[in-house]
Ligand binder design. Sequence first.
Ligand SMILES: *Cc1c(COP(=O)(O)O)cnc(C)c1O
Length: 379
Amino acid sequence: MSLQEFAQLTLFITGPTYIREEVKQAAMLPEFGHRDAENELRFKPIRENLRILAGAGDDYEPVLVLGSGSSAMEASIRSLVAEDETLLNVSVGAFGDHYYEIAVANGKNAENLKFEYGQPIDLAVLEARLEALKPDVVSFTHNETSTGVVNDMKAVCALIRKHGGMPLVDGVSIYGGADLDLSNSGAAIYVTATQKSLALPAGFGIGFVSREAEEKAAWVTNKGHAHDITRQLVCARKNQTLTTPNGALANQMAVQLDYIVNEEGVENRFARHIAMRGMVEEWVAGLDGFDMFVPEGYRSPTLTTVVCPEGVTQAQLKNGVKEALRKEGYLMDPGYGKLNAALEKEGMRQIIRIGHMGDITPDMLAAYLAKLEVALKAL
Ligand SMILES: *Cc1c(COP(=O)(O)O)cnc(C)c1O
């Protein structure tokens, strides 16, 4: 086969994301034995830096679950929802529904409370449902990647706590791109992944496990093997993984987290994400007929959703705009497929997404927006 056929595209989708050259090179660092002292050289700093980036202190134990974000989500469900308990899942989009579907697939008693696309969790509606249902566990999405909505994690967790529930949080597309202050978040477990704002290849789900979650997982039964947080924690405390890790990704992760914490600096990284959101807001304000999809105050720092003018079709975005940008060396995101299909059916305007997370720089984003503007104006 001809490897030259693999195009070098800069990814402006919402995951996986652009990977820096230094991180690509790190995949060629030496392989190692995962029960050998060499393992410690990778995973000790990885776990320390994961805590720093989360603002987790010693309040949460970072655990690396082989698989992806969904694997860590599944581990949270298997380990923290007991057989006779009720789970309320709160969804503001496709990834919220994904958490619910994982719970159902694992035989849990689950209900899905859904909010309108583009809107955050309405706390009054949630409170009424919490009062009526009295769920033992409540899962929700911090940053909804299908719509670009960021929920107020602390406020949602506080409300769940007020009604006696245990909050499970999916932070897959925001961890590494925003200040979580996890120690003060109220989350019992916070799950994420490597291939979004961490700007690494996919391959690990990451769980931040509180002591409370650890204590509960100890008595929950039927947790399986790979999704059992109790087993995961035994290995994590030795800076090991439960099963054989992807060594190339571990090498890359060690290099990338060291760069984030010790070179770029976490505060600078978070500020860069907020600045890029501002750049897209300004760009949209200058474009005739285009609007922001999400109300101010709930716009994600890692991706932005933009409403296209009346008459723009899914086919134009997928075949026209996306392909025009491919010729410029970019992979463009023509919007979340199911959402745009539903919008088109109802005669509503289409939505595109701009991923500006991970290691994308403001200069890269400015160059991309200029090309995207040309392609959109050609419609
Ligand atoms: C990408 C994503 C997921 C799924 O993660 P995988 O790593 O593909 O399993 C779940 N939740 C959110 C919010 C995401 O953005």
